[in-house]
Every structure is written in C-alpha cells, then in structure tokens.
Design a protein around this ligand. Structure first.
Ligand code: HEC
Length: 146
C-alpha cells in the first residue's frame, strides 16, 4: 500500500514537473509568436508616424491653418540664420513639446507671435508625433530624411 502510495506520488511529481516544463515551453513559444506577430506592424506604424510628422513639418496643413514648420526652421529642422530660429531636429521631445505648449498657452512669448500662431491649430497627438519625430530626426540619415 505504502509502496503504491509512494509510487503514485513520485509519478505525480514526475508528471507535474513535466507539465510545468511543457507549460513553460508553451508560454515561451507563444511569446515568440507574439513577438513575431507584433513587431512588423509596430515597425510599420512607427514609420507611418514618421512620414506623417515629416509631412506636417515640411508642408503643414493649409486647410487647418497650420504652416510648414520648415519655412521658419529650415527644411531639415536645423534652424535658419535668416529667421533667427532655433534648431529643432535632435532636441529632446519632452523639451520641444513643453516649448510648443508654452507658446500655445502664451507662457513663452519671445517669438513675435510667430510660434503661437503656428502651433495653435495642432492637435495634441500631432504635437507628440512631431516632437518624437524631431528628436530622432537626423537630417544626414537618408532613410528617415527622405
Ligand atoms: C513663422 C515662423 C515660424 C513657424 C512657421 C514655426 N516656428 Fe517654431 N519658432 C519660431 C521662432 C522665431 C522661434 C524662436 C523664438 C525664440 O526663442 O527666439 C521658434 C521656436 C520654436 C520652438 C522652441 C525651440 C527651442 O529650442 O526652445 C519649437 C519647439 C518650435 N518652434 C516648433 C515649431 C513647430 C513644430 C512648427 C510647425 C508646426 C513651427 N515651430 C513653426 C518661428 C516659427
């Protein structure tokens, strides 16, 4: 009896650890599959966001009263001497976002009204898109620049 009991316990223990191992493998496999399923679409979304932001930067949106940022900040966002505008590309997204919001709210006013007028019609999502794009935009990097 006791021997049987021990035998069944041992067998169960064996089964349990086997099951656990199987479970771990299953989870690991599922994770791998998920990675595979997500990364290409995430990459696609990221590049669509980059394109959308770049379009907004270089063309603006005339119907919505948004001028092209590049008119004043240069085609590659490095600032224009003639316009006395700062470089935007390569600056931290958080910093840029805070400046845009400050211009909008009238808390930063050293722009002769140029910035507050330029950014007042931007959606918040577009501000995030633009500033994330500018942070990583390396005008030398043809892949992103074109
Ligand atoms: C009509 C010209 C003009 C346009 C168009 C314009 N800006 Fe500006 N922007 C300025 C000027 C001028 C300043 C700098 C003011 C100062 O500090 O001397 C500035 C400053 C900024 C700053 C602050 C940068 C820093 O280093 O503090 C950000 C961010 C910015 N602009 C983003 C944008 C974005 C995004 C767009 C497009 C939606 C845009 N600007 C369109 C003229 C313009």
């Amino acid at each position: 009896m006791l021997a049987n009991y021990y035998a069944s316990q041992t067998a169960m223990r064996g089964m349990v650890s086997k099951d656990v191992r199987q479970l771990v493998l299953t989870v690991a496999g599922a994770e791998k599959q998920l990675e595979g399923a997500f990364s290409p679409s995430q990459t696609k979304e990221a590049s669509q966001n980059q394109q959308q932001a770049k379009l907004l930067f270089t063309k603006g949106n005339p119907e919505r009263g948004i001028p092209a940022c590049s008119t004043c900040h240069g085609p590659d966002g490095t600032g224009l001497e003639s316009m006395k505008t700062p470089r935007l590309s390569g600056q931290r997204a958080d910093y840029l976002k805070a400046q845009i919001l400050a211009f909008r709210a009238g808390r930063r006013t050293n722009d002769m009204g140029q910035m507050s007028a330029s950014v007042k019609n931007l959606r918040y999502s577009e501000i995030k898109l633009l500033t994330r794009f500018l942070e990583t935009w390396d005008p030398q990097d043809k892949e992103v620049a074109n």
